[in-house]
Write a protein that binds this ligand. Structure first.
Ligand code: KG4
Ligand code: ZN
Length: 347
């Protein structure tokens, strides 16, 4: 008998629904919320309201595209944590109501574990155990994955996430939210070696991005003359603006280059320490073209088998919740109706 999962993702500002049958994604619909752009970040209350508007049409579209009726579903998977509580509540209450109404089992999914398992969607899959560098707007982790239902975090950021480093740098450059994709775009025309930003000295497999943010702030305040605080180089707002305008591609390329080297140096260390050669990327920042290219290059250099999910499964999507739901179904990991959404969750 085939196993068919309906999945719902609503952890932040994307409402998404997907259907998967026997590990194959049949549909994956994502409704983006543009309402946040004018505020420079996601406004939680607006996100919850938009989820409420989008959830029914998105689920409907996912079922239609997959050509599946509600009767044919074996279980409903949903993102339980982590994320914005109001956003999570919309998806979790919807999933619970559907589970109750249809009498079908419920599967609670951890959003970050789902980002890792997005690597099991495509034909080209890693073998277990594998390592995964998960880079998103809220997390930066190196995960050791022993099986679809057994993974642990072996390194993570002690301050900002990689996505935040991109978005906060973009904000300093006067770019709109979310700035990560814009830095990627401008970096393509820039020289990554033109400006130098420091690499933090953090022991072990953990990351830190807050020092980078500070050095970019000083660098811009000094109109590129130094990335340490130097009063004699203090630029006026006008000079700062002009410096950014004239050098935007090189600044973006240099910032991106530093974020990528911080990430990949830790992956190299993790690969050497664990002896694992199957290495995956995951999370919204894995959509970054510079990171994808540098990761693939590092794979060739260090003899890794590298894996990156296709673009639609890198940023938040229900396809990754569906694939995780499928493996949890096979492992008999169901939730009951008392399960509640959680903004923060440990593994
Ligand atoms: O995984 P995700 O969609 O949502 C979270 O769970 O956080 O990641 C969103 C993050 C944002 O910080 C966004 O700027 C970043 O991923 N991002 C990118 C790119 N596309 C998305 N960062 C750099 N380059 C990109 N092309
Ligand atoms: Zn995410």
């Amino acid at each position: 008998m085939p196993v068919t999962i309906l999945a719902i993702e609503s952890s932040c500002d994307e409402t998404s629904a997907a259907v998967c049958r026997d590990g194959k994604i049949l549909s994956n619909f994502i409704a983006n919320q543009t309402v946040h752009e004018q505020y420079g970040g996601v406004v939680p209350e607006l996100a919850s309201r938009a989820h409420m508007q989008h959830i029914l049409p998105v689920v409907d579209a996912a079922l239609k595209k997959a050509d599946i009726t509600l009767d044919e579903i074996d279980a409903i998977a949903f993102t339980q944590s982590p994320g914005l509580i109001g956003s999570l509540l919309v998806g979790s209450q919807f999933a619970k109501s559907l589970s109750l109404a249809l009498g079908k089992p419920l599967i609670a999914v951890h959003h970050m574990q789902a980002h890792v398992l997005a690597n099991l969607i495509d034909e080209h899959k890693p073998s277990f155990p594998f390592l995964c560098l998960t880079v998103s707007g809220g997390h930066t982790q190196i995960v050791l994955c022993e099986s679809p239902v057994n993974m642990k975090v072996i390194g993570e950021t002690i301050d900002d996430a990689a996505g935040e480093a991109f978005d906060k740098s973009a904000k300093l450059l006067g770019l709109p939210y979310p700035g990560g994709p814009l830095i990627d775009k401008y970096a393509k025309e820039g020289n990554p070696k033109r400006f130098s930003f420091p690499e933090p000295r953090i022991e072990g497999l953990n990351f830190s991005f807050s020092g980078l943010k500070t050095s970019i702030l000083y660098f811009l305040q000094n109109a590129g003359k130094s990335n340490l605080y130097k009063e004699e180089f203090a630029a006026t707002e006008e000079e700062k603006k002009q410096f950014i305008e004239e050098n935007l591609p090189d600044i973006c390329a240099s910032i991106q280059h530093r974020i990528i080297t911080i990430l990949l140096n830790k992956v190299k260390k993790a690969a050497a320490e664990t002896g694992i050669h199957d290495i995956c990327l995951a999370g919204g920042v894995s959509a970054n073209s510079g990171l994808r290219a540098a990761f693939t290059e590092a794979g060739k250099k260090y003899n890794w088998n590298t894996f990156i999910p296709t673009f639609q499964y890198c940023t938040d999507n229900a396809g990754m919740i569906a694939i995780t739901g499928y493996y949890k179904y096979l492992a008999g990991q169901f939730a009951d109706l008392s399960v509640s959404a959680a903004a923060r969750a440990t593994w």
